[in-house]
Every structure is written in structure tokens, then in C-alpha cells.
Design a protein around this ligand. Structure first.
Ligand code: NDP
Length: 481
């Protein structure tokens, strides 16, 4: 683990295994951190914060740019580690890791552009202004589906703002975060600015969230864990951002370009084996094209090339770990029990690894668990609608609100839908696009706060208001102001 600039074992000396989900066998071991290791990491970050918070934003920006260049150089090797650890396709990961450099460039540029304001005071004898100061130590807790990307959505704005970070990656895929953390020293970041502890949620995650030396918890993961994190952070009033799950609707109108829509639906649910918070897991299709689209999707699903995620030809890899495989298969069984009609997949795929065939259910109603609960796997629920009003009602009838897709050639309808959908991101004639300048996060149970975009950096600052009295006049001490 990286603590205070040194690579260390857990104090207990214990390690745990990370399993390659394509082979179903362990391929690495990492230290199993406990509360004492977490404490050491937070202390290291606090100590580093003293000087780091005083560096100029320009200096921080320069370091972030150097890091961005190193990321671009090493994208391939980090991508291979991540693919081996979590089974995500190398053809996605190479691009994702190269694109990651852009996030660091973006926040490097933002570092010296976020400042305070001078305020129009309501009294003549005051000059009033605000400054933005770095918040302190940030705990970044990340899931297994895109460890380095999702950590970076937290690390880049936090470091740009002058905060120090302790990252706790998921137990199922901790290796790429360690590999990635090695770049910080090479880029020239002072020891303790970036720290990584590896371990389990209860043993390392919870003590990190509850540590009084942590000023903010930036979390991505499941909604239930997100609630626990918020409770833990409340014990010492740490700030939180929570990027949680979804059951995002992908809405296809009869006037859409059906080829593009079919492609977008596949991208939304079968890319990344459906293991993405923004998965378009509810397909809403207008009556007139419903049967045709579902038929096309079933044919495409059956032809998706499953296999070794390190093979650039592979289109869908395994799910990330065995427990998750069992969970996805159980959700499929429950969908059949509820009366949904299986139109593609529905079974475990071949191989020693954790494969699930791309699965589509038709005749789904919005009250089924299949339509309400996040599965986080390659399972699509298809529903039909007959009017725009009905589409909006179905799309919004969910506890979640992370993202939504709309497929139409009608520009007015596109804008009406974008306005009506209660989701943090709406894509029109596209799906699964994200970028450093675009805020990302959820309405309702999908989370709190936004990552990316210029305001993400302000989420890692405190605002201080300064009142300067200009006259020296004596005032009535028993009156406010
Ligand atoms: P979790 O939300 O449980 O895990 C996310 C991170 O939180 C991991 O690092 C985990 O550690 C850590 N963690 C777990 N418990 C605590 C705790 N009490 N305090 C602090 N940190 C904790 O995700 P799961 O892997 O269990 O996935 C469950 C479901 O969540 C998925 O099936 C999916 O529905 C959803 N999910 C959503 C994601 C998203 O991108 N929004 C990503 C991943 C999952 P550890 O790994 O050791 O448990």
C-alpha cells in the first residue's frame, strides 16, 4: 500500500487474493488493511496537507499535467492490470486510460481558475471578500467496475484544490489503483499527498469514513453502501459526494434511426458487461417499433463475441467476481418467475470464468423487480409505451435518477424529453458518453453531488468570508454588525 510515500504491508502482515474473473483463479495478493493502517494513511495525508495546501494552484496544475503525461504513456500497462483484475475489455480500457489523462489536464487547468469573489457589502465601512481554501483530507472509496477512472474523478479535482487523498479501492479489483499510484511519485508529488490502502469495506472502508481526520468522503458504489457511508461520515460531519446506482431508461421513439438506437441500446447494457452505474437497463420502446427493435436486439445479443477480455476482438467479458455472477443469475431466475418473457440469453456462458450470456427480457412491466432493482449485469428489461407522456411517466417511475437515453429524430421532442426526465445526465441519440467538463451524478437514490465539470473542484474547497473594517470607528457593541 502507498502510505506517506512508502510502499508498506498491512500492520497485521495479512494479505488477500484478487481473482482473475476470466480464469476464475487468483492472480495477485494485496495487503489487507485494518483500522491502524487506515489511521496511518490519514495521518500521512494530514501531515502532507500542511505544505500541500499552501502550494500555489499554478504549481499544483504543473504537477497534475506531468501526471497526465505519465498516464498517457503508461495507459496500456495499467489497462492490462485492470482488465486482468476485473475482466473489463482491454478494447475499452486502453481508450479509457488514455482518455483519463484528459481529466488530469482539465483539472490542472481549473486549479488556478477557481477563486473567491469581492462582494458588494451592504455597509460602506466594510470591504468583504471570499477565498476558497482546500477542504483537507479526502477519502476516495471506489468500486470494482472502473477503479482508476472513478478514483480519478475524485483525485484530480481534490489535488487541484489542494487536498490530500486516501484511496480505498474495492476488494475485488485493487491492483490497478496500486499500479496507478506509483505514477504520483514519478510525477513529483510530495509524499503523503496521494495514499492507497487496500482491504475490505468493513475493515478498511468503514474506519476510513469514520476517521475524524477525514474532511470529505467521495464514494462511488451501491446505494445501500452509500447510505452506510453517509451515516459514517455524519458522525464527524465529513462532506460527502455519493455516486450510486441506477436503473436508467433508454427511450426509443418510433421516429428514431433504429440502427443507431439498436447500437445505443447494446452500448448501454452489454458494453462493460452491464457493470456500469449508468447502464441503460430499462429499454422503453414505442409500440410501433417495439417488436422490430426487440427482435433486432435479440439477434445482436446472440452474436456478441464473449471471451478473453485481453483479446481486442472480444465484445463482452465475464462479470467481475463469482458472488456477482451468482447475483446476476439469481436476478435472471427471479425475472422469469415474475412473468417476464426471455428473448435472449438467460444462462451462464461457457468457460471457467464468470460469464453470463447477454440477456433480454420482453413483456416487462415497471412494477417487476426486474424493472426496479439494479442488476449491474448484462440484463435488459424491455417495456413498451404508446405516447410521449407514458414514456416520461415510465422513465421517471423509479427510485433512481442517474442517466437516461432518448432516441428520436424530432428536435422538439428531444428537448421536451431532456426537460422532463429526472436524471443527472440525458443523452439524445447517444448513450454512455462522459467527459471531464460534464458534471456527472444522480437525482434521487442515485446519489448526492456531481463529479467532473468546473464545480467539482469547488466541492473540495471551503469558502471563507473575510470582512475588513475600513474606518476604525467605534460602534455600539450591542448591535449586530
Ligand atoms: P459497494 O458499494 O459495497 O462497494 C463500493 C466500495 O465501498 C468498495 O470499495 C467497498 O469495499 C466499499 N465499502 C463497502 N462497505 C463499506 C462501508 N461500510 N464503509 C465504507 N466503504 C465500504 O459495491 P459492491 O461491490 O458490493 O456492489 C454492490 C452493488 O452496488 C452492485 O451490484 C451494483 O448494484 C452497485 N454498484 C454500483 C457501482 C457504481 O458505479 N455506481 C459500482 C459498483 C457497484 P469492498 O469492496 O471491500 O466491499
Amino acid at each position: 500500500m502507498l502510505i506517506g510515500g512508502s510502499w508498506v504491508e498491512a500492520r497485521s502482515g495479512e494479505r488477500f487474493e484478487s481473482v482473475n474473473p476470466y480464469l476464475g483463479t487468483p492472480w495477485a495478493t494485496v495487503p489487507r488493511a485494518g483500522a491502524a493502517d487506515v489511521d496511518a494513511a490519514v495521518q500521512a495525508a494530514r501531515a502532507a496537507f500542511v505544505d500541500w495546501s499552501r502550494t500555489t494552484p499554478v504549481a499544483r496544475g504543473k504537477l497534475l499535467r506531468r501526471l497526465a503525461d505519465l498516464i498517457a504513456e503508461r495507459a496500456s500497462s495499467i489497462a492490462r492490470v485492470e482488465t486482468t483484475d476485473n475482466g473489463k475489455l482491454i478494447r475499452e480500457m486502453e481508450g479509457q486510460l488514455r482518455g483519463l489523462a484528459d481529466y488530469y489536464h482539465y483539472f490542472a487547468g481549473a486549479a488556478d481558475k477557481v477563486g473567491g469573489e469581492t462582494l458588494p457589502a451592504d455597509r460602506d465601512n466594510f470591504f468583504v471578500y471570499t477565498v476558497r481554501e482546500p477542504l483537507g483530507v479526502v477519502a476516495a472509496i471506489t468500486p470494482w467496475n472502473s477503479p482508476v477512472l472513478l478514483a480519478s474523478w475524485k483525485i484530480a479535482p481534490a489535488l487541484a484544490a489542494g487536498c490530500c487523498v486516501v484511496v480505498k479501492p474495492a476488494e475485488q479489483a485493487p491492483c490497478s489503483t496500486l499500479e496507478f499510484a506509483a505514477l504520483f511519485e514519478e510525477a513529483g508529488f510530495p509524499p503523503g499527498v496521494m495514499n492507497v490502502v487496500t482491504g475490505f469495506g468493513g475493515e478498511a472502508g468503514a474506519p476510513l469514513v469514520e476517521h475524524p481526520g477525514v474532511d470529505k468522503v467521495a464514494f462511488t458504489g451501491g446505494t445501500a453502501t452509500g447510505r452506510a457511508v453517509m451515516r459514517g461520515a455524519a458522525s464527524h460531519l465529513a462532506r460527502v459526494t455519493l455516486e450510486l446506482g441506477g436503473k436508467s431508461p433508454n427511450v426509443v421513439f418510433a421516429d428514431a434511426d433504429l440502427d443507431a438506437a439498436a447500437n445505443g441500446v447494446v452500448a448501454g447494457i452489454f458494453a462493460a458487461t452491464g457493470q456500469t452505474c449508468m447502464a441503460g437497463s430499462r429499454l422503453l420502446v414505442e409500440d410501433a417499433v417495439h417488436d422490430e427493435l426487440v427482435e433486432r436486439l435479440a439477434a445482436r445479443a446472440a452474436s456478441i463475441r464473449m471471451g478473453d477480455p485481453l483479446d481486442p476482438e472480444t465484445e463482452m467479458g465475464p462479470v467481475a467476481f463469482e458472488g456477482h455472477l451468482q447475483g446476476v443469475l439469481a436476478a435472471i431466475a427471479s425475472a422469469s418467475d415474475e412473468g417476464a418473457r426471455l428473448v435472449a440469453g438467460g444462462t451462464r456462458g461457457d468457460g471457467p470464468g464468470y460469464f453470463v450470456r447477454p440477456t433480454i427480457f420482453g413483456d416487462v412491466t415497471n412494477d417487476m423487480r426486474l424493472a426496479r432493482e439494479e442488476i449491474f449485469g448484462p440484463v435488459l428489461a424491455a417495456l413498451r409505451f404508446s405516447s410521449e407522456e407514458e414514456a416520461v411517466a415510465l422513465a421517471n417511475d423509479t427510485a433512481f435518477g442517474l442517466a437516461a437515453g432518448v432516441w428520436t429524430r424530432d428536435v422538439q421532442r428531444a428537448h421536451r424529453m431532456a426537460r422532463a426526465l429526472r436524471a443527472g445526465t440525458v443523452w439524445v441519440n447517444a448513450y454512455r458518453a462522459v467527459g471531464p467538463a460534464a458534471p456527472f451524478g444522480g437525482y434521487k437514490d442515485s446519489g448526492i453531488g456531481r463529479e467532473n465539470g468546473i464545480q467539482a473542484i469547488t466541492g473540495y474547497t471551503e469558502t471563507k468570508t473575510v470582512w475588513i473594517e475600513l474606518t476604525g470607528a467605534t460602534r455600539d457593541p450591542f448591535q449586530l454588525g
